[in-house]
Design a protein around this ligand. Structure first.
Ligand code: SAM
Length: 287
């Protein structure tokens, strides 16, 4: 039996002698023009996608990441969301969740075509939304894509990897400013914002940069067993709508309608919506 270990390292990683190991039944390696890709069949986590040595998606816990990058922002809208932009998100899980809110159009801009091709073939339960007729798949740099966009999207979701390689540009203030411009007047932006435990400085920097751009900034937490330390975060930047300002009765109604239409969710519910925004003291402690 083989074991795969992700050694925690890279830009912003504050754990230097820690990793995560998984028992592996089989593996496939390939080098794309952008990154090293490893597809693992594992004992405990089903199929696993690894990019540049970092676990991205596992069949067993992907629902947590994909529901929580999507639903808190989507349930903040008091109206139908029409046009959503997903940057990165090559496995398709984020698009799958966004489609549950019946948008007219979802544009996904992924830099690495090979990630999408592999995920379509190997992770059908995650990538199944990518073939939907409302989804427009574009291959290219999400940073470049937003530059000339104005008041076009209701929601922009940045589903990217750690700030190394092609993702670095998606962690910068000028990118957040272009996203602000690309959003409609009540638009919402959400990005994955690393582990507040294992990459505390990077997490805080994302929040700080977003605060320079958006009047409402709300980081929130989730539990993801296969990500460094298990504690993960997303951060919402919003022009007008506050995810904590949604009335519980309105949220409850929208939630019940969605699960009646689309089936049960596995992580997100209205209690989780409000609770996820509670942040423990150590995250923003004085240094
Ligand atoms: N959805 C995943 C999960 O479950 O954790 C998150 C990772 S997703 C695979 C990250 C994707 O972002 C990768 O496929 C990578 O190719 C893409 N990406 C990185 N930088 C990018 C950029 N500048 N523009 C567009 N896509 C980018």
């Amino acid at each position: 039996m083989l074991w795969f270990t992700e050694y925690y390292k890279g830009e912003g990683m504050e754990l230097q002698g820690t990793g995560l190991s998984m028992k592996v039944k089989s593996s496939k390696y390939l080098k794309t023009p952008y990154q090293e890709l490893l597809l693992l069949e594992t004992e405990d986590w089903g199929k696993v996608l690894v990019l540049d040595g970092a676990v991205q998606t596992t069949e067993r816990d992907e629902f947590i990441y994909h529901e929580m990058i999507s639903h808190p922002a989507l349930f903040t809208f008091p109206r139908q969301v029409e046009k959503v932009l997903v940057i990165g998100g090559g496995d398709g899980g984020t698009v799958r969740e966004v489609l549950k809110h019946q948008p007219k159009e979802v544009v996904m801009v992924e830099i690495d075509r090979e990630v999408v091709e592999i995920c379509k073939k190997e992770f059908p339960s995650i990538s199944n939304g990518l073939g939907d007729e409302r989804v427009k798949l574009t291959f290219g740099d999400g940073r470049e894509f937003v530059k000339d966009k104005e008041a076009e999207f209701d929601l922009i979701i940045v589903d990217c990897s750690d700030p190394i390689g092609p993702s670095v540009v998606l962690y910068q203030e000028d990118f957040y400013r272009d996203c602000f411009k690309a959003l409609k007047e009540d638009g919402i932006f959400v990005t994955q914002s690393e582990s507040p435990f294992a990459q505390n400085r990077v997490h805080r920097q994302v929040v700080r940069e977003l605060e320079k751009v958006f009047p409402i900034v709300r980081p929130y937490l989730v539990f993801i067993p296969t990500y460094p330390s298990g504690m993960w975060s997303f951060t919402i930047g919003s022009k007008k709508l506050d995810p904590l300002g949604v009335a519980p009765s309105a949220l409850g109604k929208l939630y019940r309608e969605l699960i009646e239409r689309e089936g049960a969710l596995k992580y997100y519910n209205p209690e989780v919506h409000y609770g996820a925004f509670a942040i423990p003291n150590f995250v923003y402690r004085e240094e």
